[in-house]
Design a binder for this molecule. Structure first.
Ligand SMILES: Nc1nc2c(c(=O)[nH]1)N[C@H]1C(S)=C(S)[C@@H](COP(=O)(O)O)O[C@H]1N2
Ligand SMILES: [Mo]
Length: 387
């Protein structure tokens, strides 16, 4: 009885395997796609770590506000590489899909180990990429906060990649070169089909990058059809991630009684918007570089943060920046002394020649070089020295 059942299952699996196996699904295809995938994932991992460290800096990490454009570059690369790897990942899964039907499914301890590592790899890769895409689409349907989960999955993913490469090393070496005997022995038809598969995957990745890159590479912005936010689209020609209405600050931000509190360890002051306008003004060119991959340079004018702190006799200190916003992860952010000391770190009152739009943080917002957009706190109400 069980014998007949297992024969039926085996026959079914073999038939399914036969149906899905085409010459395009060759080990060489898998290796070529795997290499591209490995490179893209390494780019994502390195840039993701950098972004994580900027948002949660360990005390030993040498934070540097300059170069001011660095985060814009690394986070743009993170999101673009992450999007480009979607078709490569799908192509690679397609190329190994027939192996799902290999029979018997497990031949020993090593093959059990291999199957578990592949299951881990595939599920963490799919989940990681899906979460990233959902996040940039601001589709927060998952019941947990994005960053810690994306971060933890990244380690799981990189670990299972290392394991996978170790297990597959002999195959990878055999099929690494185009001139390898295992590759040159394929038929002309097989070669055409394999190349076709690679070209299709490459074209899909190229198309995704071309139609998204404009969110950060401004000359390409007119073809950024896939980008959720595009440069120069928004109030004062700058995109907005969260509006004043969404943050619940419309009334408090417009209130004539608004004051900015600057709180030092021994002294504190309160400044109205007019008081702030009387202080020396500085103009800086700095980008907003959102963690979601879009970025845009803008001209900001306002008071240097270090000048504000001098008013309460402080210098070289870490500060807490508090927003009028009551709820939400970015209602309050921390800024380390390295950024506070930078002469281009400004509490901005103007964007270009106009007073900040309400959605850009009126009456005043923080703008500092080399920081993730999430830390450029809008609708500032309080700057507090951390002792
Ligand atoms: N108080 C507050 N500040 C905030 C945010 C927010 O939600 N609340 N969003 C941040 C994010 S994610 C980005 S990318 C920038 C965007 O600035 P902009 O809307 O002026 O372009 O503001 C940051 N400052
Ligand atoms: Mo952002």
């Amino acid at each position: 009885m069980t014998d007949r059942l297992s024969h039926r299952v085996e026959a079914l699996v073999r038939a399914a395997g036969h149906r899905v196996s085409t010459p395009g699904r060759r080990t060489r295809t898998t290796v070529v796609l795997g290499r591209a995938l490995g490179i893209l994932m390494l780019v994502c991992f390195a840039t993701g770590l950098y972004s994580h460290v900027l948002q949660n800096p360990p005390s030993w990490f040498p934070l540097s506000p300059q170069p001011a454009q660095l985060y814009r570059f690394t986070q743009g690369a993170h999101v673009l590489a992450g999007l480009a790897l979607v078709p490569v990942l799908l192509g690679k899964l397609w190329s190994v899909f027939p192996r799902l039907f290999s029979w018997p499914p497990i031949t020993g301890l090593l093959s059990l180990f291999e199957r578990i590592s592949v299951a881990l790899l595939v599920s963490s890769a799919l989940l990681e990429v899906a979460l990233g895409v959902m996040n940039i689409a601001q589709w927060y349907v998952f019941p947990f906060s994005f960053r810690p989960v994306h971060f933890a999955l990244a380690w799981l993913l990189i670990g299972s990649i290392l394991l996978h490469v170790a297990v597959k090393l002999p195959l990878i070496m055999t099929y690494w070169r185009r001139t390898a005997p295992a590759v040159t022995s394929e038929s002309a038809e097989e070669r055409v089909s394999r190349r076709g598969a690679l070209i299709a995957v490459g074209a899909a990745a190229g198309l995704i990058v071309a139609t998204t890159a404009g969110q950060t590479v401004t000359p390409l912005r007119s073809i950024a059809f896939l980008a959720p936010r595009r440069p120069y689209v928004g109030p004062q020609n700058l995109p907005v991630n969260r509006t004043a209405a969404e943050a619940g600050v419309v009334d408090t931000a417009r209130d004539p009684g608004w004051r900015l509190s600057v709180v030092g360890t021994s002294k504190s002051i309160e400044l109205s918007r007019d008081d702030l306008l009387e202080l020396p003004q500085t103009t800086v060119e700095l980008p907003i570089a959102c963690v979601e991959g879009w970025s845009q340079e803008a001209t900001w004018r306002g008071v240097r943060l270090r000048d504000l702190l001098r008013l309460v006799d402080e210098r070289d200190v870490d500060v807490q920046l508090k927003s009028l916003q009551v709820r939400g992860a970015f209602a309050s952010t921390k800024m380390q002394a390295a950024y506070v000391a930078d002469p281009s770190t400004v509490a901005a009152l103007f964007l270009g020649d106009e007073a900040l739009d309400l959605d850009h943080g009126f009456p005043i917002r923080m703008i500092a070089p080399g920081r993730p957009g999430v830390l450029q706190t809008k609708w500032l109400s309080r700057i507090e020295v951390l002792s």
